[in-house]
Design a protein around this ligand. Sequence first.
Ligand SMILES: NC(=O)c1ccc[n+]([C@@H]2O[C@H](COP(=O)([O-])OP(=O)(O)OC[C@H]3O[C@@H](n4cnc5c(N)ncnc54)[C@H](OP(=O)(O)O)[C@@H]3O)[C@@H](O)[C@H]2O)c1
Length: 289
Amino acid sequence: MEKPLQIVITGATGFVAKNLRKYLSESNVHLISISRKNFKAFKNETKIISKTYSEKSLLPKIINSDALVHLVGIGKQSSTESFDSINVNLTQNMVNLTIKAKIKKLVFLSGLGVSPYSSTEYFISKLNAENHIRNSPINFTIFRPSYIVGKDDLFTKYLKKCIKDKMIQIPGSGKYQIQPVYINDVTKLIFTSIKEEKFRKKIIDLVGPDIITFEKYVKLFLKHSKTKISYIDLEKSYNLAIRNSKFDYSVDDLNILVGNFVGNHKKLSKLSNGKFQSVIQLLKTGALL
Ligand SMILES: NC(=O)c1ccc[n+]([C@@H]2O[C@H](COP(=O)([O-])OP(=O)(O)OC[C@H]3O[C@@H](n4cnc5c(N)ncnc54)[C@H](OP(=O)(O)O)[C@@H]3O)[C@@H](O)[C@H]2O)c1
């Protein structure tokens, strides 16, 4: 019998990580999962609790693994956490650790729209993280995801809360586009990228088959509920986001939405040889509720 793959996952209790760990555990992978806090382990999973991701404590536990999937990341800054410290420096540390631990492959989730022309802090931090990986000698796959959709992602949870509160605010016209991708396709694809050589040293847009406006997405999600939709002027939205970290949309959320980023789904579908779930279909059937 073939020896099962051993895969290290960082940011273990995050949305993508939780779904990926479940999928890989069911696929008989031996997992080594790292989080800052305690969590319930799946079958075939070794748990590491580390607040600092220090090399000294992690290196002996992850040595010679087949892959490391780095899923630590923040989408908004605070007075205690900056994009530079988490998105860039921690990724650089994980690149060094991957090399020292002789791990064969690194998978990283960047962001759709990241490019050398990026001008916002979030995108620049993801670009700098990508560059640390690309300039290293390791084999990698970098995915640039649009909005990843599941039952338990942050935006779905927010929309469910809006249904309870019976109201939602849409910034600006809501006519900017998104290209959501289903979490089950994402977990499957990450595993495929670890196993298949054609993903070697590739940077790939991770986008679903449907391009849809934010407004239409929200309307489809809320369709059977009595949720009142109101539109909030974009200038006012930015004003609230800048002044109040508790406003529903952060400056970085607004930047991404207004950025209107879409990618090449056909290319992804051809490379992965797989059919992706239509998120519009999921919305229509109420499967995300
Ligand atoms: N979800 C999306 O739609 C989407 C789209 C584009 C890109 N991405 C990228 O995909 C990756 C995973 O996304 P996600 O949606 O799963 O995010 P998430 O749910 O916020 O999970 C990220 C995890 O990072 C860890 N983390 C956060 N701050 C940290 C810190 N200061 N020190 C150490 N670890 C910290 C946490 O894990 P623990 O609490 O377990 O320590 C957290 O659960 C991120 O890099 C994100 O930028 C996601």
